[in-house]
Design a protein around this ligand. Structure first.
Ligand code: URA
Length: 243
């Protein structure tokens, strides 16, 4: 595949470093280095390779990753997966400059404000659609803490392929329940309906008190990420989603 190229001012502006005029001034002042040499011409064309942060510095610091980022966040309690609601947003944990990136960074699907765990974010629309497309069958596994002991009938109900959620007219695809303790279960679903896990347990006469997403496809929440921490996904982690 041909390496994409971009004008320096356009590239850095799309990464949130400022307007094209501001980038031109920065470059002229010697603030941009590529492969060890200053680039003073804002119109210079740059090969936009994934390893750009290893090759380019802005005011002496590695440039942010170019478009195509996949981030893994351990979502803490109380943050909303939205760009514009009141209160704490998941985007608040990212560098401020990243709010100005174009294309914007979005969550891949959403977790409720009160759900914790694995949340992916990307600025790659194709990747986003591949993960959430029902055709790809990327499963999601949640651990639910329940208000009441399991009745013992839930696994069959969830696996039936005939379970209906209130207000919907299409049955849920079969889901897999694993009992962890009388009031804790692991549930693997292939869809992403609104409040799906909480509504499934509510339909079974129970109530989810705490919900944590453990994995998406073959990608488990990395143990090195404490709640609120995030990092770029490795190539292996990207591939694990679809494994
Ligand atoms: N199901 C829910 O009910 N909530 C989530 O956040 C994710 C899945």
């Amino acid at each position: 595949m041909k390496t994409p190229t971009a004008r320096l001012d356009k590239l850095l502006s799309s990464l949130g470093y400022g307007s094209r005029q501001e980038i031109a001034r920065l470059a002229k002042a010697g603030g941009v280095e590529l492969d060890g040499a200053d680039i003073t011409d804002a119109a210079a064309r740059i090969a936009v390779t994934p390893d750009l942060p290893a090759r380019m510095t802005i005011d002496g610091r590695p440039v942010d990753p170019p478009q195509g980022m996949l981030l893994i966040l351990n979502k803490p309690l109380g943050m909303t997966c939205s760009h514009k609601e009141d209160g704490a947003l998941v985007y608040d944990v990212l560098p401020d400059r990243w709010r100005r990136r174009d294309p914007a960074i979005s969550t891949i699907g959403r977790l409720d404000k009160q759900t914790t765990g694995l949340l992916l974010l990307t600025d790659d629309g194709d990747l986003l659609h591949r993960v959430i497309s029902p055709k790809r069958h990327v499963t999601k596994t949640y651990r639910a803490s329940l208000a009441r002991p399991l009745a013992g009938t839930e696994a069959a109900l969830f696996a039936s392929g005939q379970m209906m959620l209130e207000g919907e007219d299409k049955p849920l695809a079969p889901a897999v329940l694993e009992v962890v303790s009388p009031t804790e279960a692991r549930l693997t679903v292939g869809e992403g309906r609104y409040h799906q896990v909480r509504r499934m347990f509510a339909a079974a006469g129970n109530h989810v008190e705490a919900l944590h997403r453990e994995s998406i496809g073959g990608l488990a929440l990395p143990p090195d990420l404490a709640p609120g921490q995030w990092r770029l996904a490795t190539t292996q982690e990207r591939e694990a989603i679809f494994a």
